[in-house]
Design a protein around this ligand. Structure first.
Ligand SMILES: *[C@@H]1O[C@H](CO)[C@@H](O)[C@H](O)[C@H]1NC(C)=O
Ligand SMILES: *[C@@H]1O[C@H](CO)[C@@H](O)[C@H](O)[C@H]1NC(C)=O
Ligand SMILES: *[C@@H]1O[C@H](CO)[C@@H](O)[C@H](O)[C@H]1NC(C)=O
Ligand SMILES: *[C@@H]1O[C@H](CO)[C@@H](O)[C@H](O)[C@H]1NC(C)=O
Ligand SMILES: *[C@@H]1O[C@H](CO)[C@@H](O)[C@H](O)[C@H]1NC(C)=O
Length: 446
């Protein structure tokens, strides 16, 4: 499949304008004003049958191999650790390339993504057909496939490496199956222990590096059938004009939304720190209005949170007055008020009444915090350590009232971010980092 890619990235085609990546084969035509318009599409028919056959052979071999080996458990974790680190580093490098202002490079990545989709389908098919109880076998064998591909086409080493980055999520998910069983058991812990390295998924759905204000989220209490849904909204200023809904991760990556809300006049959002819960999107409107978009009914509603002060935003962005968050314990809104003298206040929302049920004062000056999120009823606040490092420096447990000064450092992909929220269904942190989708696995203290 890489031969095709190579063809398209060859310098001979570098003249192709790249403004429009709509469907179609690689065809050039003349626009109204005589400009050259190019459509790029990689039809399935051009996916080389011999490579598919090769992969199918590998799949077959693997199934046989695994049947034989299923009972032989091997320790793979150390290896995987190294692997994931390499993958992380790689992802960052790829994302840096992606953020390049060179449009031709972006085109290459776009094509590569289409290739990757094919590859991913094969891998998930493989995973399904393996259906082994031990994820270690699956991971090792997935790794093996990639290794085999690498050998298969040494000349495209760099491009194939990018496939690793794509596989990272699947690998991490497998690892998570094993290590971070997402259930509410973590809420018996004494809190967050550490965060993984950032997993940089890709540039946002608009493929516009300038859309640095916004966020991406999963529902913290999804309806049946929407457990894998992702929501994205971003803009070049701290406003939210629309939300895109994706059925699952693959659709997010392919930027293929099943629903798009162009927020009507009067319902435009502000501030970036929205949250999705119970199939509704909660976001800031104006500066102190809690707005709710019910995805089931498509209805809008709002409440005024009069004590929230517009004078206090987080350190990386302006207009962040209301920060919504969902966790194992419910829906929350975090803000600062004149009464709190600019320190963060955590309020629990009653979802039915859409009103404040209870609130807690913290000892964190909002303007010194990068962001805040909730996990297991505990509010965590972050701040900058340096350009590449952030730390969770404070927590307040709303269950006990206990406050803690913490130092849980984590690596940032890029310096500034406008969004950070935890999702209790997969125990990951979702960050919108200078236009990029970034996530972290959260490890709780057992
Ligand atoms: C691409 O070209 C092939 C063969 O020329 C054609 O069958 C196919 O429909 C085209 N695909 C699109 C999306 O235009
Ligand atoms: C699958 O993984 C097992 C366990 O590590 C290994 O022994 C086997 O060779 C792998 N299969 C293939 C085809 O690589
Ligand atoms: C996968 O394995 C489980 C038990 O190990 C079994 O119940 C299930 O039917 C299998 N699924 C498929 C698709 O083979
Ligand atoms: C968490 O603690 C509660 C009360 O101590 C207990 O009933 C529950 O079983 C624990 N859950 C887990 C997953 O350990
Ligand atoms: C959303 O709308 C549906 C259908 O009207 C309703 O059943 C549900 O309670 C609403 N959810 C919220 C959070 O308002």
């Amino acid at each position: 499949m890489f031969s095709i890619l190579l063809l398209l990235v060859s310098p001979a085609l570098a003249w192709i304008p790249t403004e429009d990546w709509g469907a179609g084969n690689v065809t050039a035509s003349e626009g109204d004003s005589g400009q050259c318009i190019c459509h790029v599409y990689l039809p399935d028919t051009t996916f080389p049958a011999d490579r598919v056959a090769h992969m199918q052979q590998i799949t077959k071999d693997l199934i046989i191999e695994v049947e034989i080996q299923t009972k032989t458990l091997v320790s793979y974790e150390a290896k995987l650790e190294v692997y994931l680190k390499d993958l992380s580093d790689l992802t960052i490098r790829v994302a840096m390339l992606e953020s390049s202002s060179d449009k031709y490079i972006k085109l290459d990545f776009e094509l590569l993504r289409i290739e990757l989709r094919e590859f991913e389908a094969l891998v998930s098919q493989l995973k399904e057909s393996l259906n082994v109880s031990s994820p270690s076998l699956t991971i090792q064998n997935m790794t093996m496939i990639v290794n085999q591909l690498e050998i298969y086409d040494k000349s495209n080493l760099e491009l194939i490496r990018i496939e690793f980055a794509k596989l990272q999520k699947k690998l991490e998910d497998c690892q998570q199956d094993q290590n971070f069983k997402p259930d509410n058991g973590n809420c018996n812990s004494t809190g967050i222990l550490s965060l993984s390295k950032p997993s940089v998924i890709q540039l946002n759905a608009h493929l516009t590096a300038g859309y640095v204000y916004g966020g991406w989220a999963k529902d913290s209490k999804p309806l049946r059938g929407y457990e894998s849904m992702y929501v994205f909204g971003a803009y070049s200023s701290p406003n939210i004009y629309d939300f895109y809904l994706y059925r699952d991760y693959d659709k997010l990556i392919l930027r293929s939304n099943f629903k798009h809300y162009d927020l009507p006049t009067g319902w435009v959002g502000t501030g970036s720190n929205f949250a999705v819960r119970g199939h509704s999107i909660y976001y800031q409107r104006g500066w102190n209005e809690m707005s709710k978009l019910n995805v089931t009914s498509n209805g809008y509603d709002y409440r005024v949170l009069s004590e929230a002060s517009s004078s206090f935003s987080y350190s990386y962005s302006t207009h962040q007055i209301l920060d919504f968050a969902g966790d194992e314990n419910g829906l929350w809104v975090i803000y600062a008020s004149g009464e709190s003298k600019g320190k963060l206040v955590v309020a629990k929302l009653d979802e039915k009444a859409f009103g404040i049920e209870n609130k807690w004062n913290t000892d964190v000056y909002k303007q010194l915090a990068g962001n805040a999120f909730m996990a297991c009823g505990v509010m965590y606040a972050t701040r900058s350590v340096d350009l590449t490092t952030e730390e969770i420096f404070y927590s307040l447990d709303t269950r006990t009232g206990e406050e803690k000064q913490l130092s849980i450092p984590f690596q940032k992909f890029q310096e500034k971010y406008s969004y950070l929220d935890y999702n209790p269904t997969d125990q990951k942190l979702y960050m919108y980092n200078n236009g990029y989708y970034v996530s972290y696995n959260v490890k709780f203290n057992e």
